[in-house]
Write a protein that binds this ligand. Structure first.
Ligand SMILES: Cc1cc2nc3c(=O)[nH]c(=O)nc-3n(C[C@H](O)[C@H](O)[C@H](O)COP(=O)(O)O)c2cc1C
Ligand code: SF4
Length: 487
């Protein structure tokens, strides 16, 4: 993972933990009514944002390991949990959850029942629904030049050879070239496909399936939301953040000229149309929120004033909550090894999304709060009270209270801290915050995510391995869920 040059080391601080009574009276542990009619009661303003644990089957189906993962979070009884990014399409995407067909329903139903039971009905459960475009693994040089590259008249012109030369010979010439020579022959996208793996963009409108995204996505999202409702989720979170399709429509790099890009209204048009289709399908009584970015964190990317405009437009349409993340883009991702796909959390924008303990003067704790406050203020200035979720390096009670008191958010999201200690919520609520295990923010979990390995936390994954019934990761070295809390 990329790190800022300053490399200042930070340690998560416990701050002062509240007594049980102080917690009871705090802002954090007050309820919040979500939804147009306030129909969905969050018992408190704590939130576990989406985290992919790489535990579904290769067919995208809920497994016992997935149930264990969410059961363990539910045992700490946060206000809400958001289930990991779950694909709205029914196409193979490795061990990521899917909701693109009715056959996924039984597993998802078991998941909602599991969380309901483990939290005693206390925790609301949402599911993040996502669309992403195709990205290929970085190919071997020779294979790319011999098989994948489409030979065009441009190549023939640049090489200054006769068009009648057999294609195999042209490819052989390319293979023999040095990189310095080759970069002059390939165009920018071909060079990128060779160096990083081919990646589709929402601006590739010459491809029919990309051109048709505005026509196809509203129904795909609506179908997925309807299934989420049938499976018993309390609501859906539309994934409009990070490196994926909907965030790419919002991004300033969206130069589509078909009314779905270019200017602010064009960029937000599909996110609004998707929301409207979902709303029409699930009705006013179902919670529909979204996750979006406060900034792309890229040169030339979406900035906070644009995000504030979009959030205002989405809130005005009736979005029930807006969860605010930042960064996490492909454009500045590190070059992957041959055989691996680029990963959007490896560059500077990825650092902004999941900042680690080596940081710059700003530090890793609450880097997103200022822009999140700006986005929330724009929603409030528009006369709307849509709740926002603040996330990013939050781990202690004092921070959480400050976020709420200073209007940086209405709900406090703890992702890695909840993974480090799923009982954080129970401990703090009951006046036993001194027993919290604080996250180290080393991003060990994120590195596992990057390698598509089952995600665990270094604070507990080697602990009490001889406990009866402990389930181990596929590599046989790590326990898959946090041990139970013993005082
Ligand atoms: C292992 C892992 C998986 C994640 N998966 C998702 C995801 O599926 N969807 C999403 O929007 N964010 C995802 N994130 C980002 C988190 O939701 C969160 O925004 C980020 O970790 C910053 O919050 P934190 O500092 O509280 O961890 C993931 C983070 C981690 C560590
Ligand atoms: S592995 Fe655990 S301690 Fe390390 S960053 Fe992830 S959640 Fe925090």
């Amino acid at each position: 993972m990329w790190r800022p040059a300053e490399r200042i080391k930070y340690v998560a601080e416990p701050g002062r933990w509240p007594t049980r009574e102080e917690a009871r009276q705090s802002r954090l542990f007050q309820p919040l009514a979500l939804g147009r009619n306030g129909q969905c009661r969050l018992n408190e303003r704590t939130w576990v944002p989406a985290m992919v644990p790489w535990r579904a089957t290769e067919d995208g189906i809920v497994t016992p390991d997935i149930l264990d993962w969410y059961r363990r979070f539910a045992q700490g009884r946060p206000g809400a949990i958001v289930v990991e990014a779950t694909s709205i399409r029914d196409i193979p995407s490795g061990p990521l959850l899917r909701i693109g067909h009715d056959r996924f329903l039984p597993g998802l139903r078991t998941l909602t029942e599991t969380v309901q039971k483990a939290s005693g009905g206390y925790t609301r459960l949402f599911i993040q629904i996502i669309d992403f475009l195709s990205i290929r693994r970085r190919p071997k040089r020779e294979r790319y030049l011999k098989e994948f590259l489409k030979i065009t008249s441009d190549h023939i012109d640049i090489l200054n050879i006769s068009g009648s030369i057999p294609e195999a010979e042209i490819r052989a010439v390319l293979v023999d070239m040095s990189d310095e020579e080759l970069v002059e022959v390939l165009d920018e996208r071909e060079w990128e496909a060779l160096q990083y793996g081919a990646r589709e963009r929402v601006t590739d409108t010459e491809l029919p399936h990309i051109r048709d995204l505005p026509e196809k996505l509203p129904d795909l999202f609506a179908d997925a939301a309807e299934r989420a409702s049938e499976a018993g989720f309390d609501g859906v979170e539309l994934h409009y953040a990070h490196a994926y399709t909907m965030a790419s429509f919002l991004s300033s790099m969206n130069t589509r000229d078909d009314g779905y890009g270019d200017d602010l209204e064009g960029r937000v048009r599909l996110p609004i149309e998707v929301f409207e289709a979902v709303r029409r399908r699930v009705g006013d009584d179902y919670v529909v929120g979204c996750r979006m970015l406060t900034e792309d964190c890229l040169n030339g990317g979406m900035e906070t004033d644009e995000a504030a405009f979009f959030a205002g437009r989405l809130a005005a349409q009736g979005m029930d909550f807006i969860s605010l993340s930042r960064g996490g883009k492909f454009e500045d991702a590190k070059q992957p090894k041959v055989g691996w796909a680029a990963y959007p959390y490896t560059g500077p924008s990825g650092y902004e999304c999941m900042p680690s303990y080596y940081s710059d003067a700003k530090g890793p704790f609450g880097r997103n709060l200022e822009p999140a406050a700006q986005v929330r203020a724009a929603i409030r200035d528009a006369g709307l009270d849509t709740p926002t979720v603040a996330v990013g390096g939050l781990h202690n009670f004092e921070q959480a209270e400050r976020v709420l008191a200073e209007g940086e958010g209405d709900i406090v999201g703890l992702a890695r801290q909840a993974l480090a200690d799923p009982d954080w919520f129970e401990k703090v609520r009951s006046g036993r915050g001194d027993q919290v295990r604080l996250c180290l923010y080393t991003n060990y979990c994120e590195a596992l995510d990057q390698r598509h390995r089952q995600v665990t936390c270094e604070l507990w994954d080697r602990e009490n391995l001889d406990e009866p019934g402990v389930k181990m990761s596929r590599d046989g070295k790590r326990r898959l869920v946090a041990p139970h809390w013993r005082e």
